[in-house]
Write a protein that binds this ligand. Structure first.
Ligand code: IMP
Ligand code: MG
Length: 174
């Protein structure tokens, strides 16, 4: 496919929004036992920058799920490839995600984590494409709502490339 990339959300915009999200999370979880569960690999940049801004005692864990086999189309099948390492019993779980698209990934992950008996499960996602939703799921903390475009950068990939871009860009087919 012939394509070009166009910048959509700048480094500064991401940084500013992260500060706001961090303050919201900080006040909502003050005094609680918070475990932030990042979904690999897409959430790594966002998770690192966000959690550095949250002045709370919290712990980090990771899951890996897969719904994409490369390219820009979801297969709709969500497989759990890596479970969390720590106990989530009676903890407040905050799932950190790069983007909510159809919502299928988060639906599967939330159901899976619920079996570990946490007190609460919420979702913080850098990006949200609400127009693409297939299941009724919403994130409690959303960085940016975006239109139905395939985006890359700041953790998000296109066939495993571009995760290291410091900004979010859209892939434009030519
Ligand atoms: P969902 O299960 O359809 O909500 O898809 C969520 C996952 O699909 C995300 O965690 C991303 O890994 C991937 N994804 C969805 N949209 C995009 C995109 O525009 N760019 C890159 N990855 C995406
Ligand atoms: Mg992902």
């Amino acid at each position: 496919m012939e394509y070009s990339i166009e910048k959509m959300i700048s480094e500064t915009q991401i940084e500013e929004r992260i500060k706001e999200l961090a303050k919201m999370i900080e006040s909502d979880y003050a005094g609680k036992e918070l475990v932030c569960v990042g979904l690999l690999k897409g959430s790594i940049m966002f998770m690192a920058d966000l959690l550095k801004r949250i002045e709370l005692n919290l712990s980090m864990d990771f899951m890996k799920v897969s719904s994409y086999h490369g390219g820009t189309d979801s297969t709709g099948v969500v497989q759990i490839l890596k479970d969390v390492d720590s106990s989530l019993e009676e903890k407040e779980v905050l799932i950190i995600e790069d983007i909510i698209d159809t919502g299928l990934t988060l639906e599967t992950v939330k159901k899976f984590l619920a079996t570990k008996k946490p007190n609460s499960i919420k979702v913080c996602s850098l990006l949200d494409k609400p127009s693409r939703r297939k299941v009724d799921i919403e994130g409690e903390y959303i960085g940016f709502e975006i239109p139905d475009e395939f985006v890359i950068g700041y953790g998000l990939d296109y066939d495993e490339m571009y995760r290291n871009l410091p900004y979010i860009a859209k892939v434009v087919k030519r």
